[in-house]
Design a protein around this ligand. Sequence first.
Ligand code: ADP
Length: 267
Amino acid sequence: LKVTFTPIHRRGKGITGMIAVLQDVTEQEKLEQSRRQFVANVSHELRTPLTTIKSYAEALGDGALEERDLSTRFVGVISNETERMIRLVTDLLHLSRLDSNQAPLRRRQTNIHDMLDEVADRFSFQLRQKSISATVGVERGLKNAWLDRDQIDQVLDNLISNAIKYTLDGGQIGLTARRTADGGSIEISVKDTGIGIPKKDLTRIFDRFYRVDKARSRNMGGTGLGLSIAREIVRAHGGTIALYSELNEGSKVTFTLPLLQEGGDPE
Ligand code: ADP
């Protein structure tokens, strides 16, 4: 709470009163604090790969170049770290475009079944590598939705890549779509039989850079921004997103997309 006092002067009588203004600055303060936290996080996330790149480049300059095996390994590390930074900067740019509404939605009628089949296909290599089986199930009669295919593909890619990352070999992933009870939206879910998320972390899981296990996420190539990007895209479509999880059992992320009037009626 911010309090300011303004004295009231009367001619010849000096100060005769006082006006007190009480201003609630908690919201403003919170926003400012989360902005500062975000900048600190970004700096840290960029600094980590840069430091690694610097030290490996120095080692190469200091003689590691002469040793073929060593230099191949070091160049590999530098290349990986550079890719991580590119991913991070790409995600940040995407988020900032979503934040400033510079990513207008290009909605089209989209067949839901095809969309889910195609996302499963995009990940077939990674799924096979971990012997994870993926199934697609779409409620009967649910055909099209009015959505920005590129953006929703990004949401699905983020959710499925998480499901694969955080599921042990031999697990299962299910992609499903159905109409919500009120009939006004569709609900798409990505469910896995993975490691799950502890209860205490669930409320913060959509926050930018929040990870249950930072080291693990980094090792898996994660930027910590996947879920926040997914949430922004779903919100831009007028939908909501939620994550349910049971530790050591698995997780399920569900998002809704309203079935809009403008040509959005399901066929
Ligand atoms: P990251 O790039 O680290 O995966 P995300 O924003 O996509 O970032 O996810 C944030 C964190 O949520 C992850 O670091 C991980 O701890 C947790 N998480 C996300 N999806 C799952 C999942 N399907 N199973 C278990 N943990 C998950």
